[in-house]
Design a protein around this ligand. Structure first.
Ligand SMILES: Nc1ncnc2c1ncn2[C@@H]1O[C@H](COP(=O)(O)OP(=O)(O)OP(=O)(O)O)[C@@H](O)[C@H]1O
Ligand SMILES: [Mg+2]
Length: 506
């Protein structure tokens, strides 16, 4: 796109913020988008639900372009379902474009973490910014109509737009989005300041505030917001403060493991069943049918799946009904098998569960960036231990490994070991947790980033007669946001714990 005529300086034209009479919050999502609006004086927030095709909270972030990508033929859900069997005449109605293009997930082009190969396909003559602008223009049309009906006197220049964007978007990405909003004429130079950004997790957390009472949460309580979108999954911890305010505890956001990745697993399953060549031909020649297959998977199976095998009945996809073109592309062994099953593909519980598990494991699994262990005192071994580390009582401080760097840990996975006191008279055990970048550290020494993470003390049993035989179990549990260290006196079952910071790679 090369036609931005956005001014670089506009200070003298900014409309004062007092002119703003309404706020429109726009959620431009990877798979679905929508908006809500409110009047400045009332606290009622209206959610727009009248979308082309269906009544629901959001519509699909999808555009259907003509063959040359100059004209948007349809948008929202109708763009996705265009060309399906019952809608065949639609091509004629639209003036017979040779082969229209369905454009989806174009928001992911703004994701700096994705490599070019991982970004969704776009026709050569369509820039992703053009798609965003065209989509925002369509949204603007609906917003204008809606506001006009609601508040006939209101002008678009009196509206403050708040666009929520992924938390990891930097200023550069937000600037692109601002340019697109400008090109889509949500803004002009006189109301440049009428567009603000908020992050998606921020908006989600604020929304959660409205349901804290229903969950019995009060000031000081902490909750975790898990926002599973189409593209990304955001995790944010919040603590409720006085005056209905939220404090951000920890934030880890933006992993690409949202709902459409389950759809991707489903498409892979179809590929394995019909052959990947047949799937590729379907994608190339009858993309609309592939979409119908995915939509029916989402509506009838994915959205209803609870993970409980008793509630699941093996699903069936009748290709003759849903994807008739696909049948023509299937060859070889796959053809024989599917002919025998009358072109019906079955999806059993185990296969479906696996599609979810692959994505869920990505959400909940984390790779340890550090090796974790505790300091233990051992007898000095003159043959093997370095002399400079010998203590005056002829001992040595060693690193006793609990969890090694690179381990894929699931949420709340525990690593523990049993320890005994050094001396028979000892009354207290002190666990010093160290971390290091080494994979097999032997000693406690100032190398390879080794540092003390924290200390936990526990009283030992008073049964001194047992001497050193007073075991304590010490463990580290890798939670969602922190590490919990626990020590348990094995004789009395008395436990104590503390928490440490968690620094992981996702
Ligand atoms: N009941 C449900 N069970 C499972 N998945 C669902 C359910 N309802 C919606 N989804 C899936 O959630 C995803 C859409 O979520 P959402 O509308 O929050 O995404 P988005 O805002 O477009 O994406 P992002 O925030 O990543 O840009 C889709 O993959 C959809 O199929
Ligand atoms: Mg979203």
């Amino acid at each position: 796109m090369n036609s931005f005529h956005r001014p670089t300086s506009f200070t003298s034209f900014i409309a004062p913020l007092e002119d703003i009479r309404a706020v429109v919050g726009i959620d431009f999502g990877t798979t679905f988008s929508g908006f809500a609006y409110a009047n400045k004086i009332s606290s009622v927030i209206d959610l727009h639900t009248q979308w082309p095709g269906k009544e629901r909270e959001k519509t699909n972030t999808v555009l259907l372009y003509d063959n040359s990508c100059r004209e948007v033929l349809k948008w929202g859900e109708p763009a996705l379902t265009f060309g399906q069997k019952k809608n065949k005449k639609s091509i004629k109605e639209l003036g017979s474009p040779q082969s229209p293009h369905v454009i989806e997930r174009f928001k992911l082009h703004l994701d700096e973490k994705l490599s070019i190969g991982e970004k969704p396909w776009l026709p050569q003559n369509l820039n992703y910014k053009r798609a965003i602008i065209d989509y925002l223009k369509k949204m603007k049309g609906v917003i204008e109509n809606t506001l006009d009906k609601r508040w006939p006197d209101l002008k678009l220049t009196q509206v403050l737009f708040v666009l929520c964007v992924p938390a990891e978007w930097g200023p550069h990405t937000k600037a692109i989005m601002r340019d697109c909003a400008y090109e889509a004429e949500l803004l002009n130079e006189s109301i440049e300041s009428h567009l603000e950004f908020t992050t998606e997790p921020e908006a989600a957390a604020l929304h959660c505030l409205s349901s804290i009472q229903e969950h019995g949460l009060t000031v000081g309580d902490t909750f975790l917001v898990v926002d599973c979108g189409g593209g990304t999954v955001d995790l944010t911890m919040r603590t409720i403060q006085m005056g209905n305010k939220l404090n951000e505890e920890t934030e880890r956001t933006g992993d690409l493991c949202g709902g459409t990745f389950v759809d991707q697993e489903f498409i892979n399953f179809i590929g394995r069943t019909v052959g990947f060549n047949a799937l590729q031909r379907l994608r190339t020649y009858a993309y609309g049918e592939l979409q119908i297959l995915v939509i029916s998977f989402c509506d009838q199976i994915k959205h209803r799946f609870t993970g409980d095998p008793d509630e699941y009945e093996t699903a069936e996809f009748d290709l003759q009904d849903i994807c008739p073109s696909l049948i023509n592309y299937i060859t070889g062994a796959e053809k024989t098998i599917l002919e025998n099953s009358e072109w019906v593909i079955e999806l059993d519980f185990k296969t479906l569960k696996k599609m979810f598990d692959i994505v869920i494991n990505k959400i909940i699994s984390r790779i340890l960036k550090w090796t974790y262990g505790v300091e233990v005192k051992a007898n000095f071994d003159i043959c093997n231990d370095p002399l400079e580390l010998r203590t005056i009582d002829n001992k040595i401080w060693k690193f006793d490994l609990l969890a090694v760097r690179g381990t894929n840990v699931s949420v709340n996975q525990k690593f523990c070991k049993e320890y005994k006191p050094l001396n028979p008279e000892q009354t207290m055990a002190v666990f010093k947790v160290y971390i290091t970048t080494e994979y097999q550290p032997k000693y406690i020494k100032n190398e390879n980033g080794m540092r003390l993470l924290g200390t936990l003390k526990i009283t030992l049993s008073k049964w001194l007669s047992r001497g050193r035989d007073r075991p304590v179990e010490f463990g580290l549990t890798f939670g969602t946001m922190e590490i919990k260290a626990t020590a348990k006196n094995k004789l009395t079952n008395e436990t104590c714990h503390t928490t440490f910071e968690l620094d992981i790679k996702r």
